[in-house]
Design a protein around this ligand. Sequence first.
Ligand code: HMG
Ligand code: MG
Length: 302
Amino acid sequence: GLPAKVTIYEVGPRDGLQNEKSVVPTEVKAAFITRLVDAGLPIVEATSFVHPDWVPQLADAADLMRGLTADLGDAARQLPVLVPNQRGLDRAVELGLRHVAVFASATETFASKNLNRTLASQFEMFEPTIRQALDAGMDVRGYVSMCFGDPWEGAVPVEQVVAVGKRLLDLGVGQLSLGDTIGVATAGHVKALVAAFADAGVGCERLALHFHDTYGQALTNVHAGLQAGVTTYDASAGGLGGCPYAKSATGNLATEDLVWFLTGLGIEHGVDLEAVVAASAWMAGQLGRPSPSAVVRALADT
Ligand code: HMG
Ligand code: MG
């Protein structure tokens, strides 16, 4: 049977907003995050401590987290942030943050475009970063991007993804999030990838799945993940998102679409759908364009 309970890992404020061309004011980001936390989302990834020239939209990461800490107290320190390297980790540690995520590439080309590293040398950047975070008692998530297909290299062999994922687990990450960065995954491929991790000794309790809805397959892929026993799914409120370093990466799976789907299956998620829809509709107003999420369009008041 399917799992009784699922954890939704909200990435809208980070993965969603990182690709926005016009700068979203820091206080709008803070209000969006606060609304998502209040809607019952158990984990809300807030921002990235990356190079400000690489992702200008998130250059205000420190100000944002300082403001959220003033408003929310310790709850703000529990919000995960991306850190690619030691400089990023130092910036997060300075603010007392407790949860970080490193992000690896399963392919050579994307390692170069997203991290300015080779596939092999990305681990030299992660190794001291992860070790230092664990020594400080922090929790570290490890993303792997381009787990299904890569815009430059085509289909990505499951063995290649498993090798990168195992490397991150060996370095000490707690959870692996397998990213379909450009949304080309299909249910059969999801099943094969989760099975390949199991064959390599990595159980589904260590895995999260991160789908983008480019080909409209995201929920079908979630269903395949549920059947394989995976219980953590990344999603982005309102379906915001894309990756600035992968042209064909369109919106993430919308949180609202995932919530609607899980509710229909009787799977517990703890999220107030109306409150997420209201947050996304409000954010769509701030961005000046409607949400691409079918569920938001169906349920929003306006
Ligand atoms: P680099 O140019 O190789 O950096 O970039 P470097 O290590 O050579 O350092 C150069 C300078 O940058 C130095 O300054 C550093 O201090 C500074 P200088 O000494 O010359 O004055 N620097 C920094 N400053 C602030 N914060 C930092 C930082 N690091 C170095 N963290 C780097 C390498 C990794 C930094 C760069 O490539 C980068 O920032 N990349 C981030 C790209 C990104 O954020 N992509 C989107 C997130 S991934 C994603 O969306 C996929 C995901 O959603 C899953 C999926 O869908 O697949 C997770
Ligand atoms: Mg993503």
